[in-house]
Design a protein around this ligand. Structure first.
Ligand code: HEC
Length: 456
């Protein structure tokens, strides 16, 4: 449902005409009497009608009845999951603030993880190209990440900084060469970014920092001395927001692998980070950070379907803004064919809803109904009741203690905690322990913390 934008342009025209025609005394606004009105803003798509879904899938029908428009979806689901308890929208800095419909609009085609509260929670898919740095006559090298470790230290060749020493640390994508195999120089580093201006790539040098530099790790790590008199300079450099190509410091430069994801990618829910946070994964890759929403009521299948169909119908261009009063097009939405396929999403974090299916998928090979390992089986009737009893292996601890993951042997084994006996779970085909994806573990933790409910 692509809509042609016709609404705003004539309106803006009308406003401009008014400035002239209404005979404002323009001279008081400036020497030329002209107001520079920059009309480069996104155009609002006109609310469009959508065909009604006429099939018989109950989830689609429910979604269509409850969340007719994007505005309904925001009111019914997003505000609820942000929650009166203060939930996700307040204290997760890397999560977008979605309190108002206009915030939701702002998430469309916007980059994700721009200012993460916690760099380790950044998803590779959100990483954008880093800024570049030159030092002395070196070639430009992409910046992976920067870190300022506080402390007034004077270094020299006999007392070189290390990876965790005070100073300005800059990890680089490829080795920097400051000439003649040197590993230490006094010099000015300049920070550059690329601005794409009307199709032209312009290079802008936005900051310089002159100090004593040391090259570590064969050229891939720079440490700049930060003496007391240089602290302000470095603080303002950091504040200027150096573009980092490997924000989560895992050696993967996300933007080099693929086009960075958007918060909500118009036309493609599966490239929308926000949806990844709700699912705990995107296209099979697990998303770091806790799966959303935490203890709040998880999205039902029809809630999730509404979000998918809304995103699929969003414009894929940055210069158009969607009108949230448009009906969501369920009839043409590709996800309406099999809403149940939006796996586990619709179910709450209960034994029957999410946890048993998760354990069946991952554990039943060895803990199925026939001769289950250690008598622990995840599939037969009564397996829920069994969970509340003592473990065989560590008889002091129940397999699950509602409200207390650390005292739940199931959790202990799945996280390989110190209190574990034997091997971590699950085991792979070669009987080596592995960890389940973070999203799955988060589901289990949420479930135990909230009382390990059997059913909704
Ligand atoms: C490839 C086989 C295999 C898979 C898959 C597997 N386990 Fe196990 N499990 C074992 C074996 C063998 C033992 C006993 C040896 C040990 O604990 O080191 C065991 C023991 C356990 C115990 C201890 C039971 C008790 O009462 O003390 C728990 C809990 C457990 N597994 C949980 C899981 C969970 C949860 C999964 C899936 C996420 C899983 N296992 C997947 C083979 C497996």
């Amino acid at each position: 449902m692509r809509a042609v934008s016709t609404l705003t342009t004539p309106l803006v025209g009308a406003i401009c005409t008014c400035f002239v025609a209404c005979g404002q005394d323009a001279s008081e606004y400036g020497p030329t009497g002209k107001i520079n009105f920059d009309n480069e803003r996104p155009t609002l798509m006109q609310a469009v009608e959508a065909p009604r879904y006429t099939g018989d899938n109950e989830f689609v029908l429910e979604a269509q009845a409850t969340h007719r428009t994007g505005l309904d979806l925001h009111r019914n689901v997003i505000v609820r999951t942000c929650g009166p308890t203060g939930g996700v929208c307040h204290n997760q800095k890397e999560y977008p603030d979605l309190h108002t419909p206009s915030n939701l609009l702002a998430a469309i085609n916007a980059p994700c993880n721009v200012q993460p509260g916690d760099w380790s929670a950044v998803f590779d898919g959100c990483e954008r190209p880093g800024d570049r740095i030159t030092l002395g006559g070196s070639k430009e090298v992409e910046i992976g990440w920067v870190d300022y470790i506080i402390g007034d230290e004077d270094y020299n060749d006999d007392k070189r900084p290390e990876l965790d020493s005070p100073g300005l640390h800059i990890e680089l994508q490829s080795p920097i060469n400051i000439g003649d195999g040197r590993t230490h120089t006094w010099g000015t580093a300049s920070f550059k970014l690329n601005v794409i201006d009307g199709g032209e790539v312009e290079e802008v040098s936005y900051a310089r920092y002159e100090t004593e530099w040391f090259v570590l790790e064969g050229g891939k790590h720079l440490v700049g001395e930060v003496r007391e008199w240089q602290v302000d300079r470095v603080a303002s450099l950091i504040d200027s927001g150096v573009g980092q190509g490997d924000m989560n410091r895992n050696g993967v430069y996300g933007a080099r692998e693929a086009t960075p994801l958007a918060m909500l990618q118009g036309g493609d829910p599966e490239r929308s980070y926000l949806i990844g946070r709700l699912r705990g994964e995107l296209r099979g890759l697990s998303i770091p950070g806790t799966r959303m929403p935490l203890a709040n009521t998880p999205l039902s299948i029809s809630d999730m379907l509404a979000l998918y169909c809304l995103v699929e119908g969003l414009p894929d261009k940055i210069d158009e803004v969607y009108d949230l009063t448009s009906p969501i097009n369920y009839a043409d939405c590709s996800w309406s064919a099999d809403p149940e396929g939006l796996n586990l999403l619709g179910k709450g974090a209960t034994w029957l809803g999410r946890i048993q299916p998760l354990l069946v998928a991952n554990c039943q090979g060895c803990h199925g109904s026939e001769s289950p390992e250690f008598g622990f089986d995840v599939i037969t009737e009564g397996s829920y009741e069994r969970l509340l009893e003592k473990s065989t292996q560590a008889p002091d601890m129940p397999l699950v203690t509602p409200g207390d993951p650390a005292n739940s042997y199931l959790w202990v084994k799945m996280n390989q905690l110190d209190t574990m006996v034997g091997l971590g779970m699950p085991l792979d085909a070669e009987f080596k322990p592995r960890l389940l994806p973070e999203g799955a573990l988060a589901d289990i933790e949420t479930w135990i913390l909230n009382g390990a409910a059997a059913e909704e």
